[in-house]
Design a protein around this ligand. Structure first.
Ligand SMILES: [Zn+2]
Length: 283
């Protein structure tokens, strides 16, 4: 099968293929977050050049609801007795115990969660928004073959059942019993954002906050990665821009000590979330 045909087949299952180079790295200048929010068209996907390999974009909205999340397992079981809930695609690696598993989760993982054994060796990663993961028929440099497709769920009605937390716990338990080690999960990147649910309520909340800040004369300027912006703090008499906010991560902070937290707490402070209960839950 041609890589293009595989890309098209993935598209039908709600998975977005990205062209790579060097066996798994996406092309320079690829903005995973932007692409995850605005995926390329089916035509663009079919016409892309996958001669340097193919990876699957993560953190995308899946057609069955939820978001595409992946497990990158280095030391796993020889075979699976049970697949994780929401399974889309499983590929077997270049040696026993290596797996690439794609599934849908009800919430969107920001970045990745690392699973390590007691001595700190990395045994698996769970990957989400901002990342991609290599897929068949990519051949890694210096390796005789790439990953092999074991199962592509032929059902466009896959319903996300697991949250990111459920997925992490499921994999942690599986690896702990397979390896007979105490596996620990750590999100080295953004621990606090891993369960953030980016649904329409959240988007609306971000819009309301943006409007309220504008009303209070707070103008925001980009100030770093992950969508961080800064401006004068709405809660104290600010001469320098000591207020930071990232709508992308859903977080805010006043560096002069007015507070910090997620967007729902900011909305409460700004007096705009009183009658929208769904946000309160996520604060
Ligand atoms: Zn302040």
């Amino acid at each position: 099968m041609m890589a293009q045909d595989w890309a098209a087949q993935l598209y039908n299952q709600g998975l977005i293929a990205l062209p790579c180079w060097g066996g798994g790295k996406t092309l320079p200048g690829t903005c995973h977050r932007q692409l995850a929010d605005n995926p390329p068209s089916e035509k663009a996907i079919y016409q892309a050049d996958y001669s340097g390999g193919l990876s699957i974009l993560l953190g995308t909205h899946h057609s069955g609801g939820g978001f595409v999340t992946a497990m990158d397992i280095d030391e796993g079981p020889i075979s699976f007795m049970k697949w994780p809930k929401g399974l889309l695609l499983a590929e077997h690696g270049t040696s026993a115990g290596k797996w690439h598993i794609f599934l849908t989760t009800i919430d969107r993982l920001q970045g990745q969660i690392n699973l390590r054994d007691e001595v700190g060796d990395l045994v698996a990663e769970i990957k989400g928004y901002g990342l991609s993961m290599r897929s068949w028929p990519t051949i890694p440099i210096g390796k005789p073959r790439g990953y092999r497709v074991v199962i592509l769920v032929d059902d466009c009605n896959v319903i996300p059942v697991f949250s990111v937390a459920d997925t992490t716990e499921w994999l942690r338990n599986l690896l702990s019993s397979t390896l007979k080690k105490n596996i620990q999960a750590k999100n080295t990147q953004q621990k606090v954002y891993e369960h953030q649910i980016l649904d329409s309520h959240f988007t609306r909340l971000a819009k309301d906050i943006e409007a309220e800040l504008l009303k209070r004369g707070v103008s925001l300027r980009p100030s770093g990665r992950d969508g961080w912006q800064s401006g004068k703090c709405p809660f104290h008499h600010d001469v320098r821009p000591s207020f930071s906010i990232s709508f992308e991560l859903g977080a805010w902070k006043c560096w002069s000590g007015c507070g910090s937290g997620y967007l729902p707490s900011l909305a409460r402070r700004l007096g705009i979330s009183n009658n929208r209960r769904s946000w309160e839950v996520r604060g």
